[in-house]
Write a protein that binds this ligand. Structure first.
Ligand code: PLP
Length: 397
């Protein structure tokens, strides 16, 4: 069969392949400790579930407006605007079936073949996939491991910019590193955006998954609101990964195009779930608080245990539910020189299932350190304890 040429350029989220491998290993009767996928084993808050179920019973089961029901657009515009010190109106919001659709729709709206796009690597792999699929030129920028957090290599990023550079993807509160930009980093990026007339996809999937202090949005910087589209998702804050609800939030002309893409793709997002989301945003906030407190305990236990393993060094990110420990010395000690053989051996010997740097975009020239990624959103404390004890025994034994 002959497929369209562009299909050869379509990437994927290879973490799902790790899931399949872990599931096959479990089906053989083995215990698996699932650190590989950013899914959640925490229930959606009850008030959200009840509001959605009531809407279903009330007959909200037909099509709804392509950009979402007016009330959800209104409360989301207010919620996202208030948290960022900005004024958004409902027409700045197009509801989506999840956070992910904003990525492809942003590029469909703004990217011409041959345009260059700056994006993080390691980073969420769908950026690279969609840029290449749509004929863009990928210009990855890297992160450097610092004392307390990972930072963007701004000098290298600047060297990537040419007259063909048109778009920037920024995932502040980042998957997989957990990095949060400093004020200086945000200001330097905003300066580049203005200087080079760039438009920005601000992937804020983890804006509300933070443990201390408050998140700051890149969009709040002077001149950015006209140039940024926010990827918003209900998946993480409300533990709703499988419900599939999110939004694109940004300048009206871009949002109008994204809403037109909705018409062409899915018509509208799930109707009754949008009532659950309204309750999530405006009702009792005990649910999201509880989710954060569960996640924080898991983070602290995981970081402490990982740092107790010889040859493993793990930062303690204040946000996201990911850890990106440096395992270079541990791999060397065990005689591993490539990611996949290490990851597979870890799974087969211990049941601990993780992703590695390889699952977050193509490695860049000159990378000398090795990292794995652990998601602690889908694993309970006793299993974390057991898993990381096995990990330690595997490395040190
Ligand atoms: N962006 C980032 C950085 C993510 O990590 C994810 C999911 O893991 C998404 C977007 C997609 O979110 P959703 O599951 O709501 O589509």
């Amino acid at each position: 069969m002959k497929f369209a040429d562009r299909i050869a350029r379509l990437g994927t989220e290879t973490a799902f392949a790790v899931s399949a491998e872990a599931a096959a290993f479990a089906a053989q009767g083995n215990k698996v400790y699932p650190f590989h996928l950013g899914d959640m084993n925490i229930p959606t808050p009850v008030n959200v579930m009840e509001a959605a179920a009531k809407a279903m019973r009330d007959g909200k089961t037909g099509y709804c407006p392509n950009a979402g029901i007016p009330k959800l657009r209104e409360v989301l515009a207010a919620d996202v605007g208030t948290a960022r010190g900005l004024r958004y109106s409902p027409e700045n919001v197009a509801i989506q079936p999840g956070g992910k659709p904003t990525i492809g729709k942003f590029f469909l709206a703004l990217l011409n073949p041959g345009d260059e796009v700056l994006y993080p690597s390691p980073g969420y792999p769908i950026y690279e996939s969609q840029i290449e699929f749509l004929g863009g030129v990928p210009k990855p920028y890297r992160y450097l491991e610092g004392e307390r957090t990972f930072t963007i290599d701004l000098d290298a990023l600047k060297r990537q910019i040419t007259p063909r550079t048109r778009l920037l993807v920024l995932n502040d509160l980042q998957n997989p590193t957990g990095a949060e930009c400093s004020t200086a980093e945000r200001e330097a990026l905003a300066e580049l955006v203005l200087k080079h007339d760039l438009y920005v996809l601000c992937d804020e999937a983890y804006f509300d998954i933070r443990y201390d202090g408050e998140s700051t949005s890149f969009v709040s910087l002077p001149g950015m609101v006209e140039r940024c589209v926010i990827l918003y998702t209900f998946s993480k804050k409300f533990a709703m990964t499988g419900w599939r609800l999110g939004a694109s939030i940004g300048p009206k002309p871009i949002i109008d195009i994204i809403a037109k893409l909705n018409v062409n793709d899915e018509s509208c997002s799930n109707h009754f779930i949008q009532y659950g989301a309204i309750e999530g945003l405006t009702g009792d906030q005990g649910g999201p608080r509880q989710i954060l407190s569960i996640l924080k305990e898991r983070r602290d236990l995981s970081v402490d245990l990982l740092n107790g393993i010889k040859g493993v060094h793990c930062l303690r990110p204040n946000a996201t539910f990911y850890l990106f420990p440096n395992v270079t010395a541990a791999m060397q000690a065990k005689g591993f020189s490539d990611y996949e053989s290490f990851r597979r051996a870890l799974l087969q010997e211990t049941g601990v299932s993780v992703c590695s740097r390889l699952h977050f975009g193509r490695p860049l020239p000159g990378e000398t350190q090795f990292y794995i990624r652990l998601a602690y959103s889908g694993i309970h404390l006793p299993e974390i304890r057991e898993a990381l004890a096995r990990f330690k025994a595997f490395i040190e034994g």
